[in-house]
Structures are given as structure tokens and as C-alpha cells.
Design a protein around this ligand. Structure first.
Ligand code: BTN
Length: 261
């Protein structure tokens, strides 16, 4: 398969036609000491998975890749990387629309989805490999982008770049552009910290100012999506009572939804 992509020096690519899951392969590689910047990419996955153990349909035509990252930052800041990646994916999709002169509405949905016109086009899955005797902790950041096709039987409505009018986007060119964006936003994260990433993410936030419902393990909570806190938790305001949500699935009431173009 083609793997002579033009990638920034940070990345070292390992390409497969098919694999169980790029995240699983990246975790195996990380456990045996793979370097920061290792990038696993596959044309298809047999056991692609998403957050909360959901499966991720992974037929050829879409992008499936995982980065191994070892940032020189405290472990508790690792979750910020999902925002760095979401912004990078959103900017990459924006650029594809610009290149083809098509108006679009690309947004980031908390915690780590990217939407086009309110429908999910990309998901990000961060997994941590704890430090061991030989090596520091690694973060495996898996990204799926619906380029050619999208699943139809999902809880949250999905779409693909093709369905939104973007023709002739190859997984190769998307991955090259994504790596350019990611190396840029990753450097911004390292030099300027989470604040700049948080603002870039908020500028594209889906459902900002609207009522959201979050399903937690033991309860369901509703409130107005006010902002992100400095750690990236969602702040929901329920009649003046603010709650910081660190993890969960968030739903917006379609009856109050208004997308401003
Ligand atoms: C989600 O929205 O639940 C996250 C989906 C993450 C899917 C990607 S595809 C590449 C990588 N390999 C996997 O098995 N999952 C991630």
C-alpha cells in the first residue's frame, strides 16, 4: 500500500492494509518502547472501537489512525490532547471545504467529536499506557474520520466528508493535512499551554449556551453549556448551580438547537 506520505519530521508512519485496531497496535508498540510521534495508520480495522466500548465501523474509505505521544508534561494534562486533536481535525476539515469552495459548518462537540452541520464526522479516543520500568507513560490518540462513508444506525447522527459535498478527498491527503495541523497545534499546546487550545476549541463549540444533558454512570444531569473549565471539563449551569463534568456523554435537546451559520 502507499505509504510515502509527506509528513512533518515529528511523525514516523507505520501503515497497514488491515489490522484489528490502530489503537490496539499503537498500545502494543508503546508497551515495547515505540518513540514519541509513531503513527499507526490502517485502511481498515477488524475491531475498531470507540469510547465506552462501542464499536467503530471501519471499512476501507475512511481514516483510521493512532498517534503515540509522550509529551514532556504532567500526566494529568494528557486529556488536554483530545482537544488539541479535535481542533486539528476540525481545522483540517475546514481547509478541505475551503479548498473546494464549499460553505460549511464544522464544530467540536464535547468531549472529543467533530461535527459537520451538526452530524458526527470524526471521533477521537485517548488511551493511556502507564509508565513502566523502561519508559515514561505514553498516550495513544486514535482518530477516525468518515471520509467516504458513515454508519447509519448510530445513537448520534453521523455524516461523511463525501456526504457533505467534499469529493475526491483521499485518506492519504487527509492524513497529510491532519499531521500538518496537529504538529502546529501540538507545538502551540507545548508553548502556550491549554488556554490557547481551549479558546480555539470554544470558538468552534457545538451547543454553546444551549441546554445539555449529560449521562453519567449513576445519574443524568442537565444545564446550560456555559464554558469549559481550565482543565477541559464541561461547565453546565443549572439555574445558577454550576457543575463541572469531567467525563460523560452529552446530548443537546434538538427542539432548542439552532445552528448559526
Ligand atoms: C468515539 O467517537 O467513540 C471515538 C472513535 C475513535 C475511533 C478511532 S478509529 C482509529 C482508532 N482505532 C480504534 O479502534 N479506534 C480509534
Amino acid at each position: 500500500m502507499m505509504n510515502d506520505l509527506q509528513l512533518p519530521g515529528l511523525f514516523s508512519l507505520i501503515a497497514y492494509n488491515s489490522i484489528d485496531s490502530t489503537n490496539e497496535e499503537a498500545k502494543r508498540l508503546a508497551e515495547t518502547g515505540a518513540a514519541h510521534g509513531t503513527l499507526v495508520w490502517a485502511q481498515s480495522q477488524e475491531q475498531g472501537h470507540g469510547r465506552r466500548g462501542r464499536s467503530w465501523v471501519s471499512d476501507p474509505g475512511n481514516l483510521y489512525c493512532s498517534f503515540i505521544l509522550k509529551p514532556d508534561r504532567p500526566v494529568h494534562e494528557a486529556s488536554q490532547l483530545s482537544f488539541v486533536l479535535a481542533v486539528s481535525v476540525a481545522k483540517t476539515i475546514d481547509k478541505q471545504f475551503q479548498n473546494q469552495n464549499i460553505a460549511n459548518h464544522v464544530q467540536c462537540k464535547w468531549p472529543n467529536d467533530v461535527l459537520i452541520g451538526g452530524k458526527k464526522a470524526s471521533g477521537i479516543l485517548l488511551e493511556m499506557i502507564p509508565r513502566n520500568n523502561h519508559d515514561q507513560a505514553s498516550i495513544v490518540a486514535g482518530i477516525g474520520v468518515n471520509i467516504e462513508h458513515f454508519p447509519t444506525n448510530t445513537e448520534f447522527q453521523a455524516t461523511s466528508l463525501k456526504a457533505e459535498g467534499l469529493s475526491d478527498v483521499s485518506t492519504e491527503s487527509f492524513l497529510e493535512m491532519l499531521c500538518d495541523q496537529f504538529s502546529r497545534w501540538y507545538a502551540i499546546w507545548l508553548t502556550e499551554g491549554f488556554q490557547t487550545i481551549r479558546q480555539a476549541w470554544l470558538d468552534k463549540a457545538f451547543g454553546f449556551g444551549e441546554t445539555a444533558t449529560v449521562r453519567l454512570a449513576t445519574e443524568t444531569y442537565s444545564g446550560v453549556f456555559e464554558t469549559l473549565d481550565p482543565q477541559g471539563s464541561l461547565i453546565l449551569n443549572d439555574h445558577g448551580n454550576r457543575r463541572h463534568i469531567a467525563a460523560g456523554d452529552v446530548y443537546f435537546d434538538p427542539s432548542v438547537r439552532q445552528i448559526a451559520d
